[in-house]
Design a protein around this ligand. Structure first.
Ligand SMILES: NC(=O)c1ccc[n+]([C@@H]2O[C@H](COP(=O)([O-])OP(=O)(O)OC[C@H]3O[C@@H](n4cnc5c(N)ncnc54)[C@H](OP(=O)(O)O)[C@@H]3O)[C@@H](O)[C@H]2O)c1
Length: 286
């Protein structure tokens, strides 16, 4: 039975994230994977909050979204404008909200220098576009030179290639999801007063860095980011609606590079972990 503040959603699309795929291989029996979902409201919340029956919605759960029907708190649900497809919407919750909230740690970004590492991934793709939209000078970091043209088309002014960040130029904000050498060297590329938001360890969790380079810049901050904790200060519904409106207005384009039926989740999850495609993968349910 759903709680009074939960709507029942018929799920039509989900997108995959590294964290939930990783965890689904390690979790104890009984844990139900799945964070991102999009679909239609089948039963509105009993307390009258949130979207009505038949409304197309996007939602975020802390677990259990890989299902045909789910109960979603209305605070983590947003109605979708007609122009936004369910596949596009399924990419918003973890990847889109992470990019949105991580960029917010840098304050107003107009004219600021922002570095996005892991820029070809789900989070990075949103972060590059949103930082550009916010008026930042955007540098994308990628592993290979052949990834640079796509990142420039996405909105990056500059692209740095390889797992190390050069010590100059300096950045006011770094959105860092790679870890290891990339995080270690990014810390030495912060402007005085700059913030490095560390949110992922796609390459390595252990990091060494030159502490002098980090503190000599002065008033530098390393910010540990975990989406579900960030959402304690602003419900997911708010950011999901902002992302949906930006897509509807043609200002933001979710990068769905793979769309497959739900039955292919095993293969798609393996392809994600092996980094066989850029952007996001979406799985559809009839
Ligand atoms: N803290 C949080 O709340 C939070 C929220 C969302 C995501 N995350 C984490 O943030 C990271 C990025 O998420 P995502 O959804 O963007 O992941 P993703 O789609 O798999 O993208 C991974 C990105 O990292 C790059 N990368 C560099 N070295 C890598 C390596 N050794 N192995 C794999 N990728 C490597 C990839 O480059 P190529 O394209 O060249 O492979 C790609 O740009 C993940 O580790 C995820 O678990 C954390």
């Amino acid at each position: 039975m759903p709680d009074r503040g939960e709507a029942v959603v018929r799920v039509r699309a989900i997108s995959l994230n590294r964290g939930e795929v990783r965890r689904s291989g390690l979790a104890a029996a009984g844990w139900r994977p799945g964070w991102d979902l999009a679909g239609e409201v089948e039963r509105a919340a009993a307390d009258g909050s949130g979207p009505r029956v038949a409304t197309r919605v996007v939602g975020l759960l802390s677990e259990g979204a890989w299902a045909e029907r789910v109960a979603v708190p209305t605070s983590a649900l947003a109605a979708l404008p007609d122009k936004v497809t369910l596949s596009q919407a399924a990419t918003f919750p973890v990847a889109g909200l992470t990019a949105l909230h991580a960029l917010a740690r840098g304050g107003p970004l107009l004219g600021r220098r922002v570095l996005v590492t892991g820029a070809t991934g789900g989070v990075g793709d949103f972060a590059v576009q949103l930082a550009r939209l916010a008026g930042a000078h955007v540098t994308a970091s990628a592993r290979r030179a052949d990834q640079a043209p796509a990142l420039r088309r996405l909105g990056a002014h500059e692209v740095v290639v390889g797992d190390e960040i050069p010590p100059s130029p300096k950045y006011d904000l770094v959105i860092e999801s790679v870890g290891g050498r990339t995080l270690g060297t990014a810390l030495a590329a912060l402007e005085g007063g700059g913030v490095c938001v560390t949110l992922g360890v796609s390459a390595a969790a252990e990091v060494t860095f030159d502490a002098r380079e980090f503190f000599f810049a002065g008033r530098t901050t390393l910010y540990g980011f975990y989406l579900f904790k960030e959402l304690r200060s602003e419900p997911a519904s708010v950011g999901l609606r902002r992302l949906a409106d930006l897509v509807a207005a043609g200002q933001l384009t979710p990068h769905v590079s793979l769309e497959r039926p739900w039955g292919e989740i095993g293969q798609v999850a393996q392809d994600l972990m092996a980094r066989r495609f850029p952007g996001k993968a979406v799985l559809t349910l009839d």
